[in-house]
Design a protein around this ligand. Structure first.
Ligand code: FPP
Length: 238
């Protein structure tokens, strides 16, 4: 198990899987009199820093919420801005190769632009042998939408009703084969799950902070992991 080492403290186990809602970009920009798009630019930088840091400390899985099924309701220029940031990041395949990060996209790619879909596939294929962090980027992701897709798959495959178990559903989610998130972080002072990993978060620990995502640093993550390590997870037991 990878261990999280901090100066002058004992080694402590890391959660296997951390999920983050990268929230507060818009408010960060507003506070500075900047357009919302500037908040997303800054948020994308924070994302890279945090992903790199997670890789460095030996985290196994990181899942970030980049764009939800509901985010299409935003003004078209804001949606386009986020898609362009994504394009820039995906084009720079070195992000994954040099850093030994394996990337996977979760969500329904159907409505995404063709060039983005191609980049996603190229980056997934190109990084599939990486042995470092497994990075999931949620794009056009919604927990309810994911469950609808899973149910459709089960029906399409003709799985007999009597054979349907929790595993049948888990195996048909975008996260099939991955451990559920142990720890979900939501900055920016919002206390909602916002349709994020609904099924997978049944026993996740949550951590909230008032820090806006562009201001989130590895130090905040370190603090969050320290708090996580003080919690007693019982999974419904005693
Ligand atoms: C939520 O903050 C953030 C988003 C909907 C977009 C997140 C996108 C990025 C961080 C950049 C692109 C990602 C990658 C992977 C390169 P908000 O806009 O809802 O903030 P607010 O609540 O303050 O308005």
């Amino acid at each position: 198990m990878p261990l999280f080492k901090k100066k002058n403290t004992a080694e402590r186990p890391l959660p296997r899987h951390i999920a983050i809602v990268m929230d507060g970009n818009g408010r960060w920009a507003k506070k500075r009199g900047l357009p919302r798009s500037a908040g997303h630019v800054s948020g994308a930088k924070t994302f890279k820093t945090i992903a790199r840091y997670c890789n460095k400390i030996g985290l196994e899985y990181l899942t970030v919420y980049a764009f939800s099924t509901e985010n299409w309701k935003r003004p078209p220029e804001e949606v386009e801005g986020i898609m362009n940031l994504l394009r820039d990041y995906l084009k720079d395949a070195e992000n994954f190769k040099q850093e030994n990060i394996r990337v996977k996209f979760i969500g329904d790619p159907t409505p995404l632009a063709d060039d983005i879909k191609e980049l996603m596939k190229k980056d997934e294929d190109g990084s599939k042998n990486a042995t470092g962090l497994k990075l999931n980027i949620a794009i056009n992701y919604g927990g309810r939408d994911e469950l609808v897709h899973a149910v459709k798959k089960i029906i399409d495959e003709g799985v007999p009703m009597g054979e349907i178990t929790e595993q049948t559903i888990s195996d048909r989610l975008y996260t099939a084969g991955m451990p559920d998130p142990d720890f979900i972080i939501r900055p920016s002072g919002e206390y909602r799950t916002s349709n994020y990993l609904l099924w997978q978060s049944a026993y996740s620990e949550y951590w909230f902070s008032d820090v806006l995502w562009p201001d989130f640093t590895p130090k905040h993550l370190e603090k969050a992991i320290e708090d996580y390590n003080r919690r007693n997870r019982r999974f419904g037991g005693v």
